[in-house]
Design a binder for this molecule. Sequence first.
Ligand code: SF4
Length: 382
Amino acid sequence: MDLLNTLVDKGLRREQPTREEALAVLATSDDELLDVVAAAGKVRRHWFGRRVKLNYLVNLKSGLCPEDCSYCSQRLGSKADILKYTWLKPDEASKAAAAGLAGGAKRVCLVASGRGPTDRDVDRVSETIKAIKDQHEDVEVCACLGLLSDGQAERLREAGADAYNHNLNTSEATYGDITTTHTYADRVDTVRKAHAAGLSACSGLIAGMGESDEDLVDVVFSLRALDPDSVPVNFLIPFEGTPLAKEWNLTPQRCLRILAMVRFVCPDVEVRIAGGREVHLRTMQPLALHLANSIFLGDYLTSEGQAGKADLEMIADAGFEVEGAGEVTLPEHRAQAGGGCGSHEGGGVCGSAAAAPSPAEPRTDLVAVRRRGAGTDVAPNA
Ligand code: SF4
């Protein structure tokens, strides 16, 4: 297929595909799907070999957010039956992080619900970063605390944070349909602040919120322009009690096409499969490892992931290897530029010529709300 040969060539040269080429990946048929995965897999292996980076989420503060992001189970007015708690103490967060690191994670993502941190919150998170790094010297720490005010990114960097996550989530054109309490421009501004402070920027998207193929290509092209080191791809988990509870639109094939498109547009960037992996990719998860080079181990912010042991077995069975603490994730040109990248987790449409948007069967049986790990007395799932 000429399209795929062109995209592989461009990916190996870090050349941006055209919008038409990116859209054509999303419009491929099921008959072509394995060819698409194989082509994007060549680009993945060129930049990241067969390594899989494991990341571990610690939810420092859960629920009770004043913002209204419609995909989020922690939003204002959410009726989702999730855990709600205020800031974990540094030693509690460090203990939670240790469980993930013991399971093979090399990055800990410290996440807090809310519009953005106060200066006191930045102090708390700085203490937490120190507590974690005192115990685990080599760990990468990414903070994900919402919109940043001037100077806060610099303070987090000084405290030892390696990266900052803030997702664009969807296209600029549809952002106002998803959230009204802050703007797309606010999000772009925070990613830029993190970048400017010397933090490795991590910014991604949520697929499955009713967006068009054009929206998906728009957001991924915008991400490429912002040049983050890592791009988490969330697949919407339609939590009961949120406005998007009925948006069961993704199929495993659609998820693979989306991941392939992201790989072609951001070839040398850490592409991470984030929330919704188990719910939407299901038995196709191992194929997705040919596209993404990074996943979360264990649970997500407010939902349960599959057991860490099952993830490790899947990686080995598929012929991949867990990236070690001493290995550099990013290709040399990025690592030398100072890059080193979590997520407000998506909590879960299809639309292409061949993969017609036949609504996926709701798999509510797979959506388990998290009841263990940080903020609970129950051992985490790592
Ligand atoms: S995504 Fe973040 S800012 Fe938006 S409602 Fe959820 S916790 Fe709040």
